[in-house]
Design a protein around this ligand. Structure first.
Ligand code: ATP
Ligand code: MG
Length: 505
């Protein structure tokens, strides 16, 4: 198979070919780029292997293109970015931005010894370099040399495996996996991203060697896990992880959701498969990694809160609150960021039952209002999660729930537009209460403030000074408090632009 024509559509390859010829080294495009070219998948990184110094080649290409080269001396690699070429010159598979990241490395041979995880690295041939790659589909090269420019070099039948949709290691899988156990995760990640099967011997080797994952850093594991979560149907990757026995090692909390207990003929749903279904449902609607994490963790505290009540059957009371509390610990262990992303996931786990609870109750404006305020800017994400959480084997039941859910969503939207509640602040501040009654910070101030806030949320008092000040005075009287003489409202102490500004029905 020859890719000369395709390569000619991106000028970068000709530049590399010319520089390699001038330096008298042979060069090849290799790995993920070649795989994605065959699959017509977009890709942004180009990996170049040359028989000689990758750094020298990179610097020569960098001078020709007039772009800076970043050299990683310790690894013997170098990297540059292009960005100048016009989009119409790029192959179909290009990202529209047409910014390529090109990495250069000299072909190498890696020998692993059992005593050390660090391989002995020496210069090698193209074949040596292909041997150290993870999968046949990632080991293909394309020549950039004059004599056979565009020729595919595929010693392990990667092209055939792409056609058959198979993930397979180039060497005996036990060798490939023991050299770098992360490759077990990568096998499942590529299967999940591409919708491929894992070849049986390769899969069996993962099962046999799963414990070796312990020597891999958490960051690398989480990187692959996130790519599984971001794949089109993440449940597939998770089921592979589970059946390989890896999931139990890297994410035992998720495996704990598995299984159905039955007492007196009453069972509950298998929360592992339910969670994966919710994750797939969210994946159909959103590419957001953190919303997908929220789906994965929404029921994480079900095992810890599970009870059997002879009258009502299985209950999981409080699993949303306990689950939210468990989020930081899981994030820390996974080396995920402990920032606003984590707080977003935590919030969604905590609130995930709220919208659906409204379906069952009489929908009151005050309940809707409270949800709007608590969810704030994450309301859409919460509604996506909640909608995804409606799973059942009974199609009619799902349909009925979703219809009711539409109603809740419509009402929320109406109320939101009417009240503009997202950034709700009661007009009455604590400072205003203190000044009005001549109080120092105290319990009473807090209680009056809460009472005013509740009345506004319930809709019995409008969020305006005219309505809220008399109510505040009335509440004060309940504590035996009298306002100071000649009460004037200091505008500095009023929350600005109180909303809702109009009347709350
Ligand atoms: P993606 O960029 O989508 O993650 P990719 O295949 O390009 O996919 P990279 O991690 O960018 O993956 O690596 C580029 C190439 O380097 C791979 O195609 C593979 O040939 C090789 N490679 C990367 N990581 C490993 C590894 N752990 N073991 C063996 N080969 C690897
Ligand atoms: Mg890549």
């Amino acid at each position: 198979m020859n890719f000369a024509e395709t390569l000619h559509t991106n000028p970068i390859f000709e530049v590399i070919a010319r520089r390699a010829a001038a330096l008298d080294v042979r060069a090849f495009v290799i790995g993920g780029f070649v795989r994605d070219l065959v699959l017509k998948r977009p890709s942004k990184d180009i990996d170049i292997v040359c028989i000689g110094s990758g750094i020298d080649l990179a610097e020569s290409v960098g001078r020709t293109l007039n772009v800076p080269v970043i050299v990683f001396k310790n690894f013997g690699t170098a990297m540059l970015r292009t960005g100048g070429s016009e989009p119409e010159e790029a192959p179909e598979t290009t990202d529209p931005a047409d910014r390529w990241e090109v990495e250069f490395v000299g072909a190498r041979k890696e020998s692993y010894r059992s005593e050390s995880r660090k391989p002995i690295v020496e210069d090698g041939t193209l074949e040596d370099d292909q041997n150290r790659r993870d999968f046949t589909i990632n080991a293909m090269g394309i020549s950039l040399n004059e004599s056979d420019f565009g020729q595919l070099l595929d010693p392990f039948g990667g092209l055939d495996d792409l056609r058959r949709k198979i993930i397979r290691t180039p060497l005996d899988p036990t060798i490939t996996f023991s050299d770098d156990p992360l490759r077990m995760m990568r096998a499942i990640r590529f299967a999940s991203q591409l919708g491929f099967d894992i070849e049986p011997d390769t899969f069996d080797a993962i099962v046999a060697m799963k414990d070796r994952i312990a020597i891999v850093s958490r960051e690398r594991i989480t990187d692959e896990l996130n790519k599984i979560i971001l794949s089109p149907r993440p449940s597939y990757g998770f089921k592979l992880l589970f059946h390989a026995g890896l999931l139990d090692l890297i994410f035992p909390e998720l495996v704990a959701l598995k299984g159905v207990e039955t007492i007196e003929g009453k069972g509950h749903k298998d929360n592992f498969y339910h969670t994966l279904q919710v994750l797939d449902n969210v994946a159909d609607r959103s590419d957001d990694l953190w919303l997908r994490w929220a789906a994965l963790l929404h029921d994480i505290a079900k095992p810890a809160t599970k009870r059997f009540d002879p009258r009502v059957g299985w209950t999981f009371h409080g699993h949303e609150d306990l689950g939210a509390k468990q989020v930081p610990g899981i994030f820390r262990q996974m080396k995920l960021p402990l920032n606003e992303k984590m707080r977003f996931v935590k919030k969604l786990v905590r609130l995930h039952l709220r919208p659906i609870a409204l379906v069952k109750e009489q929908i009151t404006d005050s309940a809707l209002r409270r949800l709007l305020i608590e969810a704030g800017e994450d309301l859409e994400a919460l509604m996506t999660l909640c909608r995804a959480d409606i799973t059942s084997k009974n199609y009619d039941r799902v349909k009925k729930h979703l219809t009711n859910f539409d109603k809740v969503e419509r009402k929320l939207r109406e109320l939101d537009e009417r009240d503009k509640l997202r950034n709700f602040q009661p007009v009455i501040t604590g400072e205003l209460i203190m000044e009005a009654f001549g109080l120092k910070p105290s319990k009473e101030v807090g209680q009056i403030k809460t009472a005013v806030r509740e009345a506004i949320l319930e809709g019995t008092v409008a969020n305006t000074l005219e309505a809220a000040v008399p109510y505040m005075l009335e509440e004060g009287r309940k504590f035996g408090l009298e306002p100071v003489k000649e009460l004037t409202i200091n505008p500095e102490l009023v929350n600005e632009k109180p909303s809702p500004s109009g009347n709350i029905p």
